[in-house]
Design a protein around this ligand. Structure first.
Ligand code: ZN
Length: 432
């Protein structure tokens, strides 16, 4: 904690949770500063003492904004603290902080289309990145029926749990086991912090959309496959990496592979909960920068893209939504599952829901009977929760340490040593 305080400029009139030093550019050889579309990568100083309150000011210029604390983000019973700050333009800055290692991560999609990101970058310390509008590389969807036609149902009483999802108002939670590729590891000094940001931003999206669901992390593991450019081949290689999706999930409800560049922003099986095929891949640049982590899991729940790009047979209202603009010249928005369309370039952290208004435009985020992905997630939430039992979601992630057989051997050696010592002492006593 002392280290963090010493990093603050002494001239600061009041302490801010994050201070950006635009004059201190980070070398572009830094592993965190090599993303495509990067406009700047500068040093950031953090003051975690004031997180959960106060304001954050990002540098002056076309994207200069003041962000004010709005809400803490669940889950609240873990070490990582997560917060949501908002600007006057309703831009949302999601921040995660881990007190045990002092690392902080953040992301905000600005109204201009640019993104700002904070990342802990190892020896470079914390870096603050400004990224231009991404070259949109939308996400693929896989019809689950084509993937595992003979797979047995993993979720017992799936239909009963869906009925419970329709009738109940109770909240639910589901767990994600994360994998990462070697290339992702090389570009990400703090993988755990990055997954915390994926979790926090998705939970904020659920809050924004009136969805009573919380996503939790269950273990992080390095994948044994390399990245494959073809998105479908990559997906199949990941799905089959351990021989079955049950082994791949490792008792979690869902599993996501974090990757660097491949032929799609992300990819995921559609409507795949009943058979436990809750498997997705997301690119690092898109996972939080474009809400792709939550987008792909939305596919697992049964959500599809906007009606112009998808036809949802299982759930006729399971589509993304193009949010109606205030006027023809204003910025156009769309929900997490909607593809880009003319006049709706900016994706926002909302799942379509006819009962929720988008505050910036004061227009609805869904259409009854056509675009209500929030309902699809809500009715499937108890079934998703029942995919895995989380028995291996422990600190050791199911790995015993040390193995029981080794303990037994050590105990036997200890007892043998004690016996020899007693014999030795007895002989000495007799001799003396
Ligand atoms: Zn998609």
């Amino acid at each position: 904690m002392l280290r963090l305080c010493l990093l603050l400029p002494p001239a600061a009139a009041f302490w801010l949770p994050i201070t950006i030093r635009p004059e201190k550019e980070i070398p572009d050889v830094a592993v965190c500063c090599q993303e495509s579309g990067l406009q700047s990568c500068t040093q950031a100083q953090i003051n975690p003492e004031d997180l959960g309150g106060g304001q954050i000011v990002i540098p002056n210029g076309p994207d200069g904004q003041i962000f004010t604390f709005n809400n803490a983000i669940p889950p609240f019973n873990i070490n990582t603290k997560s917060f949501n700050y908002i600007s006057e333009l309703e831009e949302s800055l999601v921040i995660v902080y881990n007190p045990s290692n002092g690392n902080m991560h953040a992301h905000c999609k600005l109204a201009s289309g640019n993104s700002i990101k904070l990342e802990y970058c190892g020896i470079e310390g914390h870096v603050w990145k400004l990224l231009g509008s991404p070259i949109i590389q939308d996400e693929g969807e896989l019809d689950h029926g084509l993937l595992e036609p003979d797979g047995p149902n993993v979720v017992a009483d799936f239909n009963g749990l869906v009925e419970k999802g329709k009738a109940s108002d109770d909240p639910a939670s589901y767990s994600v086991k994360f994998y990462y590729t070697k290339a992702f590891k090389a570009a990400t000094p703090d993988i755990e912090g990055f997954t915390d940001l994926c979790i926090a931003e998705t939970n904020q999206g659920y809050i924004n959309s009136g969805i009573k669901v919380t996503v939790l992390r269950c273990c992080i593991e390095e994948a044994t496959i390399d990245e494959i450019q073809n998105a479908y081949d990559f997906y199949y290689a990941f799905r089959d990496m351990k021989g079955s999706t049950t082994k791949l999930r490792g008792t979690a409800d869902q599993t996501t592979l974090l990757s660097m560049s491949f032929g799609a922003g992300g990819i995921g099986a559609v409507n795949s909960i009943s058979r436990g095929g809750t498997v997705t891949i997301a690119q690092k640049n898109y996972a939080v920068g474009y809400f792709t982590f939550g987008h792909e899991i939305g596919h697992n729940f049964g959500c599809l893209h906007d009606p112009a790009n998808s036809n949802n047979i299982a759930y006729p209202d399971g589509h993304g939504h193009l949010i109606e603009r205030i006027d023809i010249d204003s910025v156009g928005y769309r929900t997490v599952l909607a593809y880009s369309a003319e006049g709706h370039s900016q994706r926002v952290n909302h799942y379509s829901n006819p009962d929720v208004m988008f505050s910036t435009t004061q227009t609805s985020t869904g259409v009854e009977g056509l675009s209500n992905n929030a309902r699809v997630i809500m009715i499937n939430r108890f079934a998703m929760e029942a995919v895995g039992d989380e028995s291996e979601c422990t600190a050791t992630c199911g790995q015993e340490s040390p193995p029981t057989t080794m303990l037994t051997l050590l105990e036997l050696m200890g007892e043998l040593f004690e016996l020899l010592y007693e014999i030795f002492v007895t002989i000495i006593i007799i001799i003396s």
